[in-house]
Design a protein around this ligand. Sequence first.
Ligand code: HAM
Length: 429
Amino acid sequence: MVKAIRGTRDLLPPDTQLWNRVETTARAVFARYGFGEIRTPIFEATELFVRGVGEETDVVSKEMYTWEDRARAASEKAQQLTLRPENTAGVVRAYIEHKLGETGQLQKLYYIGPQFRRERPQRGRYRQFWQIGVEVIGPPSSGSESAIRDAEVLEMLASLLDELGVKGWRLALNSVGSSSDRPKYLAALKAALEPVKATMCEDCQRRAETNPLRVLDCKVPEDQATIDALPKIAEYLDEASQQHFAQVQAALDACGVAYEVAPRLVRGLDYYTRTTFEFTVPDGSGLGTQNALLGGGRYDGLSEMLGGPKAPGIGFAIGEDRLILTLQAQAGEAAANKIDAYIAPLGVEQNSAALALARQLRRGGLSVEVGDGSFRLKKSFETADRVARRVVLLGEDEVANGVATVKTFATGEQSRVVLGELVSALSAA
Ligand code: HAM
């Protein structure tokens, strides 16, 4: 038997109902903040991610699904293509390609879609996973660099998580400085790593040479004490970056959004500048060790790295799979969502009348299932009780008199209702 590939999943009802609710809520919240949807291709030139996300990141060096797309004609060249491991690089590519900066306006974009990373699959970590993300980007004259944009994005996230009913989330916040602060910090980090790197894990030894910042997101337990003793990026921020970070915090304080400053939070992608953040949920929220619900930050130099104009930006991506796992774990055994009515025809002769009645009720806005006249009454009742709040019995006598017998399971109440009044009778709580 052919099975789904390891790390990929089928999403089935009734779970998809929650996925849809989450996406509908996200779209509604984003609309209130003036965001519009962008849909970019699922595969892009490999070079986009190498340049944008960074060659030394885990994502690019170990996790991308890349292949050579053969030329189909002599006039074509073979191309290295990659299934997108994240969507910020693709959105910024689209921003540059469609010259969105020339409008002079701030672009507020959101996306919902699958991403692909060849990670070791476990609970909350998949090879095809979904992200709900936003990017706010524009020329500096549009105010894209302002700390108020950072705070607004974070406040929107807090509102979205609250509206979805996520309990106990925490916001970890840091600033990784600008491209001018970075070289000073990197030099200090390199110098501090020199005498200790031999004691660290293999990945850290390599990163200490190639990309010392990545050492800070090492998860190997034995390395943690060494890493905690390394210089902190906060000590190397220039005046402007310090001020920017202070403004973000002041605006969050004014909005009443709680956060903790996390000096080691540098995130796993190379494009970040200044503000970086992650939202986590408490242990026992269904995520196992993968407690980062979402991550994001500012990427003021990314557009230039991809050959575009100066276009500071900030954004985030929620791991939708993780959000769903959290909501399911936190809801516990939530009451199953029942439909309004189950129509039970009493005898196959009543099947057509039952279907016609279902049509009328569904057009009236009700959610309805129709059984089959060949079912025994006991089976109809059992099925109805499992899926619906009420059962509507339709026998020969009822059809002849233009009525139906309605039983409400919660109260045990039973009555005969004229067909014309069924929609309002079934809409009642
Ligand atoms: P990221 O931290 O790589 O950032 O991913 C964001 C979120 O996607 C994570 O916090 C996690 O919830 C989810 N995620 C990542 N990998 C997996 C996986 N293998 N399985 C399930 N969920 C996963 C980015 O992707 C940036 N593009 C975010 C961003 C947007 N920064 C600025 N704008």
